[in-house]
Design a binder for this molecule. Structure first.
Ligand SMILES: NC(=O)c1ccc[n+]([C@@H]2O[C@H](COP(=O)([O-])OP(=O)(O)OC[C@H]3O[C@@H](n4cnc5c(N)ncnc54)[C@H](OP(=O)(O)O)[C@@H]3O)[C@@H](O)[C@H]2O)c1
Length: 312
């Protein structure tokens, strides 16, 4: 048996997770068994938890060590320090990860930092890549720029030489986002100016509706989230006049096949974090048995940094 966290299904404001004894995971040929050292708490997965059936196994991000390598030879060998991501079940002391979804970690990178990399880092990196935004001089607009994915996207785009506009809904983020590389920090869509070769959106709703007309001809809009939970309307009749050749693309990490190069991307992101050029903003880790507090903090958006659970 292993220890892990399961959804309670609570809808009355009670704890969303409970400690459980779970069956030892049995790996398919393409899966490695990972001894989990740390997992992070993403805002999106906490939202999933609020709607989950009792017994559902939460957890997207994992950092730890390969206990048993995938039998088909995919993925790193036993003993390798790794980070990976899953659609569920990472909040446990051992978990199964497709070998191709595991990236090797530098030995010196703490698991509690590495655990904040996978979903947020991969989403930001791949959204920027999809938008063709990782190039010098590209004009990039990042909505929800104060969020976890937004802040990573700002850093990666700025590092590539793009001119990044960070869109936030409220004040108080300008100094931090400028330090992360944003050329401009804009509060609210009313203050947007100019056009953009790439727009990354994790907010949707009226924010996206207001940003879409700002895409440049031939530009790209990559949609990866809907933090506002609101529908989007926009004047498509104007868009094809002002931005011929522009495209809108939806990106969903858990729908990407494992052979999609995750291992290389995870290792690349981990190296950037180790080298101090990318901050994934992991909070001080807490024991996994204190997950309730970390979840509550994530829901109330109190932590500026991403909560991390450590397994011991
Ligand atoms: N496509 C994928 O594969 C994938 C993977 C992971 C996550 N996601 C999704 O991506 C989105 C962002 O994730 P995250 O981890 O970065 O979340 P996060 O840290 O909670 O960031 C969300 C950001 O959106 C902003 N926001 C929320 N509602 C808003 C509104 N009504 N108007 C303006 N701004 C608003 C927040 O602003 P404040 O800072 O002011 O609160 C925050 O900066 C979520 O929808 C998540 O489910 C998608």
């Amino acid at each position: 048996m292993i220890r892990g966290l399961i959804a309670t299904g609570a809808t009355d404001g009670g704890p969303l997770v409970a400690v459980a004894e779970l069956p030892e995971p049995t790996a398919a040929a393409d899966e490695a068994v990972v001894a989990v050292e740390a997992s992070s708490v993403n805002h999106g997965e906490v939202e999933w938890l609020t709607q989950a059936a009792p017994g559902w196994r939460p957890g997207w991000d994992v950092a730890g060590r390969v206990l048993r390598a995938a039998q088909d030879g995919s993925g790193p060998p036993a003993g390798t320090r790794v980070a990976g991501f899953l659609p569920q079940a990472a909040w446990a002391e051992r978990t199964l990860v497709p070998g191709l979804r595991l990236g090797a970690l530098p030995e010196e990178l703490p698991a509690a930092t590495a655990a904040a990399i996978p979903v947020a880092g991969l989403t930001a990196l791949r959204a920027l890549r999809e938008a063709g935004a990782l190039r010098a001089g590209s004009r990039v607009l990042v909505t929800g720029a104060a969020g976890a994915i937004g802040r990573i996207a700002v850093q990666l785009a700025a590092r590539a030489g793009a001119e990044v506009t960070a869109l936030v809904r409220a004040g108080g983020h300008a100094e931090a986002l400028t330090a992360l590389g944003a050329a401009a920090v804009v509060e609210g869509t009313g203050a947007l100016d100019g056009s953009f070769d790439a727009i990354l959106d994790g907010v949707a709703g009226p924010v996206l509706g207001a940003c879409l007309p700002a895409v440049a001809p031939g530009g790209s809009v990559v949609l990866y989230g809907d933090a506002s939970h609101e529908p989007t309307t926009f004047a498509s009749g104007e868009l094809f006049l002002t931005a011929p050749g522009a495209r809108i693309c939806a990106l969903r990490m858990d729908a990407s096949p494992p052979q999609d190069g995750f291992a290389a991307d995870l290792s690349e992101l981990a190296a950037l974090v180790r080298d101090g050029v990318l901050d994934v903003e992991a909070a001080d880790p807490v024991d996994w048995r204190e997950a309730g507090d970390a979840i509550a903090a994530s829901r109330s958006r109190r932590p500026a940094r991403k909560p991390v659970l450590v397994w011991s």
